[in-house]
Design a protein around this ligand. Structure first.
Ligand code: TMP
Ligand code: MG
Length: 250
């Protein structure tokens, strides 16, 4: 890639058991085999001090207030934000297994589950700190300003098909009812991302292949088909990106 171009920031999102990690590995191998420099990252990154607190929580070895665990997930991204930025600026692509969208989807749906309410939606009546639940807006705010992905591939699968892939594991959140809620919030995030794209002036980045930043991939298909579908969206980015790194929700 030419020296003026930076790496592309590509995020893979989806429910538990949607095939994210498998597909991230396939994509990394494909890029590396073509001599393209790419780094794989994953959130939560359980190796840091914050990541270890998250790990203990997910394994039910520690209990934390819902707000606290939400902020720890966000802090785990902030502590690695400069690594993402530096990697992209050095011309290396970053593939990321989960990101801020998981952060919002899981916390917002947990709140909705706990309070047996409709999923909170963004609206003018959603005033921070007067809503005791983890509203959509409250959940999104700590993510504002993080490096924005150039492309998010959302691996969509029904919770039924996901659980048929060997059943859920032992970790918190790996339950059918929760996953169904999470999928709904992911749908809402996708709509928000797509409408943002339409409002934006995309005339500049077209030379980088102005694809929508949020793409839904049918993850119920076989592994090879899913890889192929994902690659079609990644390929236009492998020559690098001209535009500066964006920031989430600005
Ligand atoms: P993992 O299975 O990809 O390691 O993710 C662990 C769980 O944490 C998974 O159920 C999704 C959830 N999660 C959040 O609740 N918030 C976040 O910000 C992230 C990245 C994951
Ligand atoms: Mg998991």
């Amino acid at each position: 890639m030419s020296t003026s171009r930076r790496g592309a920031f590509i995020v893979i999102e989806g429910l538990d058991r949607s095939g994210k990690s498998t597909q991230a590995d396939v994509m990394l191998d494909r890029l590396n085999a073509s001599g393209i420099s790419a780094k794989l990252m994953k959130f939560p990154d359980r190796t840091t001090a914050i990541g270890q607190m998250i790990n203990a929580y997910l394994q039910s070895k520690a209990d934390l207030d819902d707000h606290v665990i939400h902020l720890l997930f966000a802090a785990n991204r902030w502590e690695l934000a400069s690594t993402i930025t530096q990697t992209l600026e050095s011309g290396t692509h970053v593939l990321c297994d989960r990101y801020s969208f998981s952060g919002i989807a899981f916390s917002a749906s947990k709140s909705a589950l706990k309070h047996k309410e409709a999923i909170p939606t963004p609206s003018s009546s959603d005033i921070p700190y007067t809503n005791p639940n983890l509203s959509y807006i409250w959940c999104r705010d700590p993510e504002r300003g993080l490096p924005a992905p150039d492309l998010t591939l959302f691996l969509d699968i029904s919770p039924e098909a996901a659980s048929a892939r060997g059943g859920y594991g032992e970790e918190r959140y790996e339950k059918a009812e929760m996953q169904a809620r999470v999928r709904e919030v992911f749908g809402q995030i996708g709509n928000e991302m797509l409408s943002h794209n339409q409002n934006e002036d995309r005339s500049e980045p077209t030379k980088d292949g102005a694809q929508p930043r949020w793409v839904v991939i049918d993850a119920g298909n076989d592994k090879t088909t899913v890889s192929k579908d994902m690659w079609a969206h990644v390929e236009p980015l492998i020559a690098g990106v001209d535009s500066p790194i964006g920031r989430l929700w600005y």
